[in-house]
Every structure is written in structure tokens, then in C-alpha cells.
Design a protein around this ligand. Sequence first.
Ligand code: HEC
Ligand code: HEC
Length: 489
Amino acid sequence: MTRTKSMRGGALSVLLTLLLIGAALLAFVGWYKFFREEPQPAWAFATPEMRFKYGSIGAEQAAGIPYWIFYVLPRLFPEKLPPGPGGYVALGVPWEQGQELPVGFTKKTIGFPRVGNNCAVCHTATYRTKPDENPTFVTAGPGHTTDVEAFFRFLIDCAKDSRFNADNLMAEINLVTDLSWFDKLLYRFLIIPFTQRALLDREVQFAWIYRPDFPEWGRGRDDAMNLTKYFMIKVPMDDSFGPTDMPSVWNLNKYKPEQGMFLNLAGDSHDAYSVIMDSALGLLGAPPKRPQEFVAQVEWLHEYLGALPAPSYPLPIVAEAAARGHALFGQHCASCHASARTGTRIPAAEVGTDRGRLGTWNKEAAMAANKVVRKMGLERKGLVEESIDGYIAAFLDGIWLRGPYLHNGSVPTLRDLLEPVAARPKLFYRGYDVLDAEKVGFVGTGPEAERVGTRFDVGQRGNSNYGHEYGVDLSTAEKQDLLEYLKTL
Ligand code: HEC
Ligand code: HEC
């Protein structure tokens, strides 16, 4: 036994301990800088409404954008946003005064602050009764102002630009915040390159939104079933195109699956719970990390949206006219909109509206999507595994706030919907939030609507304003009465 040997042994164990401490420290720093989850501030959950608008549903993990990159992109690439007011406002996102981010954008720290989305980005409406008024925000209303397609394209287009690099982004970030030297290194060498890679990966899945032969979705629409197809089940792209209006998602308890009702505009899903789960998975962009928490989120949304009432019409209603209108509604509309047919599918051949949306989905897609969700270990009744050829006879609660009308948003106002197809507007602008008190819907023409809105041409693919010619033979006075009644719903 020699002293040197034991000394060597001692030195070795010291070295080992140091190494272990070093490794542990590194692991800790790595965890802290990339995975540590901080709860959102309490205000984001202060009320159910705040939670719906700003609460994270877990989308920051896989689909989130690092906060400072999100912050500086519009400053570096303003030309890639739609023309209009500065920054993300140009996307038409509802944005409450005093809030750091628009409605539907969530900020959460997972290692570093990240920005994700929740349901409110597509399911919050704003309206004004006149131009010089502050907007009213309606949670669970249709996001008729938001240009989702422009947002998707913006992120990808930025990532593709050679100016998207660490030097440029760091220079801009340093102008607006004071990151520690360590965070600067992380941003420069890891976060910025990784984000760029992740955004470029999306380009392939989004190829169809760049097709020149497909018209713009425009404000307040997306191509919901194609999104599901290309993101959830990752099938090869086909030629289908079926943009749909963002629907309202209040009062979901009105749907009674046990009475043969379905959800989604063509009735592709069995019940609200399933739609909510699938929509949330779409936002996450990956299987949920903690399934139990995820299911709890879905349950909360289901409960909140289930019981949330539709908002009332904000302007005066002429009661006698509405009463006369009620009788007309009974004769011409109730057979579908206040009967056993409501919430059920009406054959496309009967209602006669645009067929584009129907071509975007089929039985095989439904089976594949259900399989994907089952594999995640999630339970829900899911998507309807049959061929579908019709549209749901809509519940009309809060219909005054749901313009433009029909599943593809092709008719700007309720009054226009009561005209035969040939007399409906062929060109209008979507996404302007001033109510048209005369025709009920949003103002779709005039300099302001043109400045703010996106152009909608009913001659373009997926945009036809055909069909649903009910009540079109009523007299002008009767149409006025019926309109008055529709305001009360
Ligand atoms: C990117 C925009 C977008 C996001 C985000 C989004 N939705 Fe939707 N949602 C839509 C569109 C568009 C439809 C209509 C789909 C169709 O049938 O064509 C829809 C349909 C629905 C429906 C069916 C409504 C009905 O009456 O049939 C419900 C319920 C719903 N969404 C809830 C949610 C919830 C809850 C979330 C968040 C977990 C969410 N959505 C996220 C755009 C969105
Ligand atoms: C034969 C059944 C049927 C009758 C009758 C009928 N509708 Fe409809 N209605 C539908 C269907 C189906 C849809 C969905 C069509 C689509 O979006 O392509 C619809 C959609 C609508 C919408 C658009 C909903 C939205 O969110 O965009 C409104 C408004 C509407 N109907 C009002 C009326 C009024 C008013 C009458 C009576 C004058 C009437 N409907 C008569 C079946 C009917």
C-alpha cells in the first residue's frame, strides 16, 4: 500500500466529483434555459374569458415562437405583412388596449419566453356599431377580421429570407431588450437557427397555401379540413380547396349528438368535445406532453363554451316588426332552423351551396385522423367515418355577429341572403368590423372596408354564393320584418 496510490485515488475521486458537479450544473442550466416551465401570470386566468383569450393550452412547446423573435420579425420584415397599420395589427387580429399581445396569442416561459396560440385567435369577434367607436370584443365569436393565411405565410416568408440570420435578428433584439450575455449566446447559436429550421419545415406542409390557382382565404376564413389533412394525418396534397368561415363557438350545448346532430360546417365530427380536442391538437402541432393536463384543458373549454350564451344585438330592435318576422320565420325558415333538422346535415343537392369544402374531406381521412388521435392514447368519439355530402342547418343564435354568411362566407349580410343569387353582391370586402345596421352583417363596401378588408370575389374557386334561396320571394316589407326578427336570435 503506498501513499501515492491513495493520493492518486483521492485526486481521482475529487476530479470525478468535480466532473459530476460540472455535468449536473450543465444539465441544470440546460434544463433551466430550455425546459423550465413557469406558470403564466395570474391575470391570464383571472376570469374564464381572460383564460380563453390569453391562457396557454400548451401550444408554446412545439409550435411556439421565441418571444423576442416574434417581437422583432414585423420590424425586420414589414413588407411581408399585409398592407395596413404597423406590426401584427395588419393581420386583423383582435387586440385589446393595454395588452402586450393580440387576443389568442399566449406568452409562456418554457426555458425562455415563447409565444403560442389558442382558440381565441380564430374564435374572437370584434365589432363596432359606428366607425368612431372602440371595438367590442366577443369571446367565442367568429374571428372574422383575422387573416390566418397571411400569418402562416409571414412566418415562413421571414424564415426563407436571407436577412433572417443571427446578426440581423440580434441587432434588432438588442434595440428592444437587454438580454444577459448568456441569453444572447443562446439566441444567436441555438434559438435563432432552430426557429428558422422549424419554420422552414412548415413550408412543405403549407405548400398548398402558396398555390397561385387557389384564391386567398382572406380575413376570417381558413381551409380547416385541408389543415387537418396535411398536419394531422400528413397525407400527400391533393387538388381540393374548401375555405370556410370561422364559426362562432358559443353555446355549444345546443348541439345534441344523441338527436343526430353533428358539428363542423359539414357535420364531420360527432360532438363538441371531439372538435375541441382535435382543434387543440392542431394548435399544439404535436402529441401533448402531459396528456392528463391536456384532457383537463379540453374539458375546461368544453364546459366554458358549452354554457356561454350568444351576445345580444347591440342596437334597438323594433318589436312589432320582429313579431311579424317571427311568423315569417316560422313559415319559411323554421323547418330547418328551428326543428328536428337543425344541427343535422342537409344534402348539398338540396341547399345548393358551394361544394368546395365537401371535396376537402372524406371517410378515409376521418379514419386516419381518428387513428392518429387514438394512438396518442386520447379518447373521444371523433370524426364521422362516412362520406359526407351536405351542410349542417345552422343554429342561428347570435347570427347578427356571424357575417359574412354561409359556410364559405360568400354573402356579406343577412339582407343579401334573402335575395336570389343573381341579386347578391358579387364583390365585397371581408374583415372590416363596423356593423351594417341596415342589412345586418358587416359593412363590406366603401373606402374603409376596402382599406381594411380583403377582397372577396364570388366568381373565384370555393367562393360561390350559390344556393340557399329561401325567403327570396318575400316582399320587401316582409324581408324587413324577417330581418328584424333575425336580430333577436
Ligand atoms: C386557425 C383558426 C382556428 C383555430 C385556432 C381554432 N379553430 Fe375552431 N374552427 C375554425 C374553423 C374555420 C372552423 C369551421 C370548420 C369547418 O367546418 O369547416 C372551426 C370549427 C370549430 C367548432 C365547430 C363549430 C360548429 O358549430 O360546428 C368548434 C366547436 C371549434 N372550432 C372550437 C375550437 C376550439 C375550442 C379551439 C381551440 C382548441 C379552436 N376551435 C381553434 C377555426 C379555428
Ligand atoms: C331546407 C333547409 C333550410 C331552410 C328552409 C332554410 N335554411 Fe338557412 N341554412 C340551411 C343550411 C343547410 C345552411 C348551411 C348552408 C351552408 O353554409 O352552405 C343554412 C345557413 C343559413 C344561414 C347562415 C349561417 C351562418 O352562420 O353563416 C342563415 C343566416 C340562414 N341559413 C338563414 C335562413 C333563413 C332566414 C331562412 C328562411 C328564410 C332559412 N335559412 C331557410 C338550411 C335551410
